[in-house]
Design a protein around this ligand. Structure first.
Ligand code: SF4
Ligand code: F3S
Ligand code: FES
Length: 248
């Protein structure tokens, strides 16, 4: 059965903006993105909303619904009370372009900074056969749809713009962990993570894991193991001895 819901949608641009009230019809089975489309179709044809698949797979429709970072296409209207006022705002950590659309270029820049997969030199095609055991741990990370909700919610950059230079965020630290777990990758990913991508800034608050729509255990399965390996290496007596000898 349909009903009318009260929405507050943030409208504005880089110069500033505010929430605007909309009373909108809701039909059974709809999601928040449907409601944004209805507002566009009936009340605000110029409202900017980014979306693509409407199936939780393209990662485009990230927004803050009632203050919580979520995919609008995967947020069912049935999870709210019919008389509840629902707010929709752009994700907070990235600069607003217009209305619900933000500039997520930060993430592309950080992605480019992660050095590509580095197999041993001279390894011929077919010389190594990957087994399921080789990808068991990192396979989970490949489910990422790059919605940037984890990047948006991590307090290291959400509350501290000044950390954006040094910290690449959970999504890209997870990418480094994935490469580090690859049996053929020969690059020193531990050093990359710690020295170039700010792994030390992460204090394992797990907010990234909580918001991930793909339910990837970013903190437990990527960030903590990476931190453990960085520590292992740093305090590994053989590494320490090697450094001493070669420094002579
Ligand atoms: Fe989104 Fe999860 Fe990928 Fe982060 S790890 S970008 S929350 S899918
Ligand atoms: Fe941030 Fe996730 Fe670490 S939210 S602090 S990257 S555990
Ligand atoms: Fe593709 Fe929501 S529209 S994830």
């Amino acid at each position: 059965m349909g009903y009318q819901a009260q929405f507050k949608v943030w409208r504005g641009d880089a110069e500033g903006g505010d929430f605007v009230d909309y009373a909108v019809d809701v039909e059974e089975g709809e999601v928040v993105l449907d409601i944004m489309h209805r507002i566009q179709a009936t009340q605000a044809g110029d409202m900017a909303v980014r979306w693509n698949c409407k199936a939780g797979k393209c990662g485009s429709c990230s927004a803050e619904v009632n203050g919580r970072p979520r995919l609008m296409c995967m947020t069912r209207m049935s999870t709210f009370e019919e008389n509840e006022e629902i707010s929709v705002a752009p994700i907070r950590t990235f600069p607003v372009i217009r209305d619900l659309v933000t500039d997520v270029d930060f993430n592309y820049a950080k992605a480019r900074e992660v050095p590509a997969f580095a197999p041993p030199e001279g390894l011929a095609p077919g010389e190594y056969r990957m087994a399921q055991a080789d990808v068991e741990r990192s396979q989970e990370f490949r489910k990422c749809i790059e919605c940037y909700l984890c990047q948006n919610v991590c307090h290291v950059v959400r509350d501290h713009e000044e950390n954006k230079q040094e910290f690449s965020g959970p999504r890209y630290l997870m990418r480094i962990a994935e490469l580090d777990m690859h049996p053929l990758d020969v690059r020193n990913r531990k050093e990359d993570a710690q020295e170039e991508h700010g792994l030390g800034y992460c204090n394992i608050t797990k907010c990234c894991t909580e918001v991930c729509p793909e339910h990837i255990k970013i903190t437990d399965n990527a960030l903590i193991p990476m931190k453990e390996r960085v520590v292992d290496r740093k305090y590994d007596p053989l590494v320490w001895l090697g450094k001493k000898i070669f420094k002579r």
